[in-house]
Design a protein around this ligand. Structure first.
Ligand code: SF4
Ligand code: SF4
Length: 130
């Protein structure tokens, strides 16, 4: 059975060093959500990725994501796919030492549903009871 990691919203992944890469579509959504033009959003909230091939969210001086607001993501409805997909669709060796997501063995059908719910902006309808 597959293992689904259930996020506990500890926000550790919003605080550790790294970069949240942004696609053009994500910049468009984030700019609209923050009420800024895309060029103003890029100026205020992004930086070059380390490989200089794209843009990533800016960090605060302490290394946390610029959109971490206390214990919450200030752009939750439009947060980037990279944030949505961790830790189920991507992670790194030893991530469990920092991430508090609870691993659960689930049937394949439930796993697919949980993944769609966790990683999409619009959650799919609930699985009907048989
Ligand atoms: S955009 Fe939101 S979820 Fe993603 S790293 Fe920043 S605060 Fe965390
Ligand atoms: S994915 Fe992990 S590190 Fe990020 S908020 Fe959820 S439990 Fe915490």
């Amino acid at each position: 059975m597959p293992i689904f990691h259930e996020c506990q919203r500890c926000t550790a992944c919003c605080r550790w060093p790294g970069q949240v890469r942004l696609t053009d579509a994500e910049i468009t959504r984030l700019a609209a959500f923050t009420g800024l033009s895309e060029s103003d959003f890029i100026q205020q909230f992004t930086r070059l990725t380390t490989d200089r091939r794209g843009l990533a969210l800016l960090d605060k001086p302490d290394g946390a994501c610029v959109f971490l607001d206390g214990e919450n993501c200030a752009v939750q409805p439009v947060k980037p796919q990279q944030c949505r997909d961790f830790p189920n669709l991507w992670n790194f060796p030893g991530f469990e030492k920092i991430c508090h997501a609870r691993p659960r063995l689930v049937p394949p059908e439930e796993y697919e549903h949980l993944i769609r719910t966790a990683t999409s902006r619009t959650p799919p309808p609930p699985i009907p009871n048989h």
